[in-house]
Design a protein around this ligand. Structure first.
Ligand code: AMP
Ligand code: ZN
Length: 321
């Protein structure tokens, strides 16, 4: 969406990027200034981090988390990467390679953990055993282990690469379905509490197109491909609806999101569950937390399958005798 002869809105040199939502055109160096300013603005406005603070960046290997990691380092934060190996086929291997390459470029530590080692079962086993939408099971387990690892690694905050398209898609879905609790808690920062690490989304003011342009301008080692389970997700439908509105009326996404945040009295109160999970000790409103329930059902299913296989083998032996 760029025209030859287009000039940068800031420096008047030839521009490579055009963002209609800001009525702006940028060359690569001015895109960098714009991008870092947007991240800084989000961090300051919502008091996400203190200057130079240590922060764990949840790195998937996609453009969003790689761009976020680089931006936080450039802004002077001690940003370390944390990658969860999800073991979902070739894409997971590519994602880890991208995360490692980015760590090498930045000269920053990358902490890597396999979800199956942490949970004792794979995401696929958990999804099958619970008969729930794959992305929802994967999301619950990822959030749970990112939080736990942040606490174990002593990091005061976890940053994720969620951006404006993620937040407006989620907001539209929550409004359509009247998810009052989610609307109440939707905010770019979730405060820390006992057993809960602080969660921040410093890319919340930037759209996927702006992040893509930044990743391209820096030739970031972005993992190519997509998760083999992503087809079942519903968020892309809401994002598609937002994209259509944005295309017809540039600036709609930012207006929608910032307007929603402005209408709130302030950040939601820190989540303060009244109990702890009897299995893992994490804060929860119920006896066994959501992640432990998912894992427990995966173990139960594994045991049932083993018993059925043993019974079938015994029946086969008897028939042969
Ligand atoms: P997604 O839910 O896949 O759209 O990812 C949203 C954000 O979660 C990413 O931008 C990352 O910050 C984080 N994330 C997703 N997958 C992983 C992973 N395997 N390891 C660490 N962080 C992840
Ligand atoms: Zn638990």
């Amino acid at each position: 969406m760029t025209d030859p002869g287009m000039k940068c809105s800031r420096c008047k040199e030839p521009a490579r990027h055009r963002f209609r939502q800001h009525n702006a055109r940028f060359c690569d160096p001015c895109l960098e200034i714009f991008f870092l300013r947007q991240v800084e603005k989000a961090i300051e406005k919502y008091a996400m981090l203190t200057p130079g603070q240590r922060v764990l960046v949840a790195v998937s290997g996609g453009k969003d988390s790689l761009a976020l990691w680089q931006a936080l380092i450039k802004l002077g934060y001690q940003a370390e990467g944390l990658h969860l190996k999800l073991e979902l086929g070739d894409f997971s291997g590519v994602s880890l390679d991208s995360s490692r390459e980015m760590a090498r470029r930045l000269g920053s530590p990358l902490h890597v953990f396999a979800l199956s080692d942490l949970a004792g079962c794979t995401v696929e086993e958990a999804a099958r055993a619970n008969r729930r939408q794959f992305c929802s099971v994967c999301g619950t387990l990822k959030r749970y282990y990112l939080n736990r690892l942040a606490l174990e690694l002593g990091a005061p905050a976890v940053a994720t690469g969620h951006h404006l398209d993620d937040e407006t898609g989620r907001l539209l879905g929550n409004l359509i379905h009247g998810h009052a609790h989610h609307l109440e808690r939707q905010w770019p920062v979730l405060a820390e509490g006992p057993g809960l690490a602080r969660k921040v989304k410093p890319l919340c003011r930037l759209g996927a197109d702006e992040i893509r342009a930044y990743a391209k301008a820096h030739d970031l080692p972005v993992a190519q491909g997509s998760c083999r389970h992503s087809k079942g997700a519903t968020l892309p439908y809401y994002q598609e609806a937002m994209r259509l509105l944005e295309q017809k009326m540039p600036g709609t996404k930012l207006d929608f999101y910032l307007g929603f945040l402005r209408a709130k009295a302030g950040p939601p109160a820190a989540d303060a569950p009244d109990g702890v999970c009897v299995v893992c000790g994490a804060p929860t409103h119920v006896e066994v937390c959501g992640a432990c329930r998912l894992v427990r059902r995966a173990f139960e299913r594994r045991q049932r399958l083993a018993e059925e296989a043993a019974a079938a083998a015994a029946a086969g032996d008897e028939a042969q005798a």
